[in-house]
Design a protein around this ligand. Structure first.
Ligand SMILES: C[S@@+](CC[C@H](N)C(=O)[O-])C[C@H]1O[C@@H](n2cnc3c(N)ncnc32)[C@H](O)[C@@H]1O
Length: 347
């Protein structure tokens, strides 16, 4: 008897199966990192027994994990039970050019496995689910988690910013700009790049207290850029007590709009006329390939802060609502996912 699904639709079923096991894909990569597999060898090949010894794992089950990983392109199996690194697995090492492994750990942090099943609630209510699960907003939850929660988050943000920092700085015209602030600038990776490239510029890093305490050592007392740096901690939704020529907001205005409105108004209150405000972010108007990730990050933002990724028009509206004069938006070549610089002037 013929299958109930016609032969030409088998690929459809296969695709649904692949979507259904998506959580497993994230889990195997996270587990490889947590077991230290990418860092446990470098050149040459290793057997599953050697890997099991260094990972303190049972060789049989570790072999099953390695099989799942190699099938999905992480490590190569060069003969049965013997593995080498490939390009992808090398990038999961601590010494990779960009520590992208922290993005894997962050996107798969323990709280995400509590939050994703509540996506149904978030879609129905339009609200974040973290306050319901943990009784506090996302950043308070992360702060309360201490080094473990905040640490992986900041390392993930810094890795992603490091990927794009040089091309972003290429996109800046700092004619007439003597002072720059990175508002909600994390550990200051972008600010460091900018201050190193433009030695005449002084920089301010503004973020939460626990975050700036762990800023890039170059910015902190004794660091190479310390004498040109001011570190300010605070809540950007309360006030931004910083007076500079250029304010940067990278990957922060994806919060709920009323919060983003507040942040821009707070900047406007402190800024002098003629100062510039630049939003740097990935956009929803992106290529299909980028949207495969961006649309999921958009929902991730919904789950954790109740926020969203924006499109060009929405950023323009945000500026205008805050009384800032929108100057334009441009993509930054060489960034991933493609970052855009949206610029406005304080009237
Ligand atoms: C998505 S990260 C982006 C970090 C950095 N701009 C980057 O692109 O790498 C958001 C940043 O906003 C900071 N942040 C969140 N809420 C804040 C608040 N209320 N006041 C100041 N900073 C805040 C976080 O600590 C974090 O560093």
């Amino acid at each position: 008897m013929a299958s109930i699904v016609p032969a030409e639709k088998i690929d459809v079923i296969r695709r649904i199966e692949q979507l259904a096991v998506g959580a497993g894909l994230a889990a195997i990569v996270q587990t490889a990192i947590k077991l230290g597999i990418p860092d446990s060898f470098d050149d040459g090949s290793v057997t599953v027994d050697e890997l099991a010894k260094s990972a303190q794992a049972e060789p049989g089950t570790l072999g099953r994990l390695m099989r799942a990983l190699t099938v999905h392109g992480v490590f190569d199996e060069v003969e049965p039970g013997r593995y080498t690194h490939n390009d992808l697995s090398r990038y999961l090492r601590e010494d990779a050019p960009i520590p992208i492994k922290y993005l894997v750990l962050w996107m798969g942090a323990a709280w995400t496995w509590e939050a994703w099943p509540r996506l149904t609630d978030a879609i129905r209510t339009g609200k974040a689910v973290i306050p319901d699960i943990y009784g506090k907003d996302f950043y308070s939850y992360l702060g309360a988690e201490g080094a473990a929660g905040m640490g992986d988050f900041m390392k993930a943000m810094t890795a992603i910013t490091a990927l794009s920092a040089a091309p972003i700085v290429d996109g800046f015209d700092l004619t007439g700009v003597g002072s720059v602030a990175d508002i909600a600038g994390g550990q200051g990776r972008l600010l460091v790049e900018l201050m190193e490239r433009f030695p005449h510029v002084s920089g301010t890093l503004f973020d939460l207290e626990t975050v700036v305490a762990n800023a890039d050592p170059k910015l902190l007392p004794g660091g190479a850029l310390a004498d040109r740096t001011t570190i300010v901690h605070g809540d950007l939704y309360d006030k931004v007590p910083v007076d500079v020529d250029l304010y940067i907001l990278k990957n922060i205005l994806d919060a709920p709009n009323q919060q983003s409105d507040r942040a821009l108004l707070n900047i406007k209150e402190s800024a002098k006329p003629g100062a510039k405000v630049v939003i740097i972010d990935a956009l929803m108007d992106a290529s299909v390939e980028e949207l495969r990730v961006t649309t999921l990050v958009d929902l991730f933002l919904l789950l954790n802060v109740g926020g969203a990724r924006h499109n060009t028009k929405e950023f323009e509206i945000l500026f205008e609502k805050a009384g800032l004069k929108f100057l334009g938006i441009k993509p930054v070549p060489g960034t991933f996912p493609t970052q855009h610089l949206a610029e406005a002037l304080v009237p």
